[in-house]
Write a protein that binds this ligand. Structure first.
Ligand code: GLC
Ligand code: CA
Length: 548
């Protein structure tokens, strides 16, 4: 059943603006990434998911593309990109590009044309409605705040945008739009792309008159056509971003017959610390039993009929060690525990840049934040009369810039990210938390991730083993097994700083300890029944020795 390269792979996400600057302008770039490929090879990852590097006015840091077949000059040139493909390939690393197909920039040639007149051939590439100024077609709102409709006086029409005003939605109902996108994808495949991550892909099949944005009626029809016309002509990893995915849809998206994608990012666990029916800024404590239930549901429901992607972090999410770990007293222990918990599961793990160092959230002054989402939300909530303290607490907890502070390479100026002025402030803790320190220290979080990646290569059970949750009602411990014909793994994680007893001793009596986030040199520690704060262990048992 396991036959695809991406089922055994570990992916590393790079947010190019914040990874490595090579020319002192304060913004990370392609040449910077090339300089750091040896670091990634050392970590052992198999592919890089590269957030968008195409030509873009950077209203939403590249998720607003004005030319899909050019590289944004602040990141480099097409030659640089091809050099990145080649240099990565030398190290057995594939490049997964980020495709933003739901919308373009308002500076894209198509939109510039579309705005000229209703009879322009590109007009129907976007979503328009007639109207009157001040009376949008309906009250739909954009994800970054404000109305989802923008008035264009020259045309007496509104255009539809689910994100910022500078990100007009493409009209997927128009077959010409789809053809243009497919040709562009085929072009990148020829250039050497190893796969694609598809931005907000469940929002392409919209019907704004019915206020439908997510999971529109023609969604899977479009996706199957997209896949047939492009991805199926290569051996690619494809992963759709699908905030609206439930199990049933995920089985379609990641159908092993390859009719849509390899896998999707689903976000059910990510919404758990937000108040129901409210926005991500409206916080509530993480319900731990629910987390176990949901992650386990995804593990068992896609077994043999789909494929999971495993992630805690990306460029839109706060740092996991600050979010569900403890970034103070148990920073190292909790970062490792969260890593082991996730990397023991079935699916393709994604590591977001700096996660392998336990990089943490930040708390900046409001003027130091750069993200359009944070800025719009701050303005809106202040106007609505929210208490500024609460607004800032929400930003500290959930703001996207938590993930976008520069990568912490070493303890020199600007953490080794740039010689110039970084486009966003460096996290002040870079003198303690940085790659240089951790690479020297074999007990570091970096080396822990490295071991987890290696284990996935060495133990097939990590790739194909069936998952079973243990102790579903235990309030402290997240424990599960993975099992195939030959091997059985046992993962035990203490999710908090309590010191619970582990009621499962029988299970591990004849198992070997593979990995632990504490010093477990002594037998007593290896099989200790009381768990230390955030302690995490992985055991293995070879079930049947091969018969003579
Ligand atoms: C996705 C991206 C996010 C972007 C949005 C609009 O959610 O991950 O960064 O702002 O789509 O393209
Ligand atoms: Ca630069």
């Amino acid at each position: 059943m396991i036959q695809k390269w991406w089922q055994k792979a570990v992916i590393y996400q790079i947010y190019p603006r914040s990874f490595q600057d090579s020319n002192g302008d304060g913004i990370g770039d392609l040449n910077g990434i090339i300089q750091r490929l040896d670091y990634l090879a050392e970590l052992g990852i198999n592919a890089i998911w590269l957030s968008p590097v195409c030509r873009s006015p950077q209203d939403d840091n590249g998720y607003d593309i004005s030319d899909y077949q050019e590289i944004e000059p602040i990141f480099g040139s097409l030659e640089d990109m091809q050099r990145l493909f080649r240099e990565a390939e030398k190290r057995d690393i594939r490049i997964i590009m980020d495709l933003v197909l739901n919308h373009t920039s308002d500076e894209h040639r198509w939109f510039v044309e579309a705005k000229k007149s209703k009879s322009n051939p590109y007009h129907d590439y976007y979503v328009w409605r007639d109207g009157e100024e001040g009376h949008p077609p309906n009250d739909m709102r954009g994800v970054f705040g404000g109305s989802a409709w923008e008035w264009v006086p020259e045309l007496n029409q509104y255009y539809f945008h689910q994100f910022s005003v500078k990100q007009p939605d493409l009209n997927w109902e128009n077959p010409k739009v789809r053809r243009e996108l497919y040709d562009m994808i085929l072009w990148w495949m020829k250039k050497g792309a190893g796969g694609f991550r598809l931005d907000v892909i469940d929002q392409i099949a919209k019907d704004p008159d019915l206020k439908i944005t997510v999971n529109g009626p023609r969604l899977h029809e479009f996706l199957q056509e997209l896949s047939r016309e492009t991805f199926q002509k290569g051996d690619l990893l494809t992963v759709g971003e699908a905030w609206g995915a439930d199990i049933q849809r995920a089985r379609l998206y990641s159908n092993p017959d390859g009719s849509e994608f390899s896998m999707v990012f689903q976000f059910e666990h990510i919404g758990l610390d937000q108040q129901e029916g409210k926005e991500k800024w409206d916080l509530k404590p993480l319900p731990f039993l629910k987390l176990k239930e949901i992650l386990s549901k995804w593990q068992t429901s896609l077994y043999n009929c789909g494929w999971n992607s495993l992630f805690w972090n990306n460029h839109d999410l706060p740092r996991i060690v600050s979010r569900w770990g403890n970034d103070k007293e148990y920073w190292e222990e909790s970062a490792k525990m969260l890593a082991l918990l996730l990397h023991g599961m079935q699916g393709t793990p994604y590591i977001y840049q700096g996660e392998e160092l336990g990089m943490t959230n930040v708390q900046y002054e409001i003027t130091d934040y750069q993200d359009i989402e944070i800025r719009n939300m701050y303005r809106e909530r202040m106007e609505m009369g929210y208490d500024e303290k609460d607004v800032m607490q929400s930003i500290y907890a959930k703001g996207r810039d938590n993930a976008r502070t520069p990568m912490q390479w070493n303890d020199s100026k600007n953490a080794g990210f740039t010689d110039g002025n970084p486009w966003i402030k460096v996290n002040p803790n870079y003198k303690q938390i940085n790659a240089h320190n951790q690479m020297k220290d074999t007990g570091s979080i970096f080396h822990f991730y490295k071991k987890l990646i290696q284990l996935r290569k060495d133990y097939e059970v990590l790739v194909d083993g069936k998952y079973e949750l243990l102790l579903p009602k235990d309030p402290d411990i997240f424990a599960y097994t993975r099992e195939n014909e030959h091997q059985k793994l046992l993962v035990i994680c203490n999710f908090f700083e309590n010191t619970p007893r582990m009621p499962l001793q029988e299970e591990w009596r004849d198992m070997e300890l593979l990995l632990c986030n504490y010093d477990c040199a002594h037998n007593n520690d290896r099989y200790a029944t009381t768990l230390r704060p955030y302690e995490a262990r992985m055991y293995v048992k070879k079930k049947y020795e091969t018969k003579p």
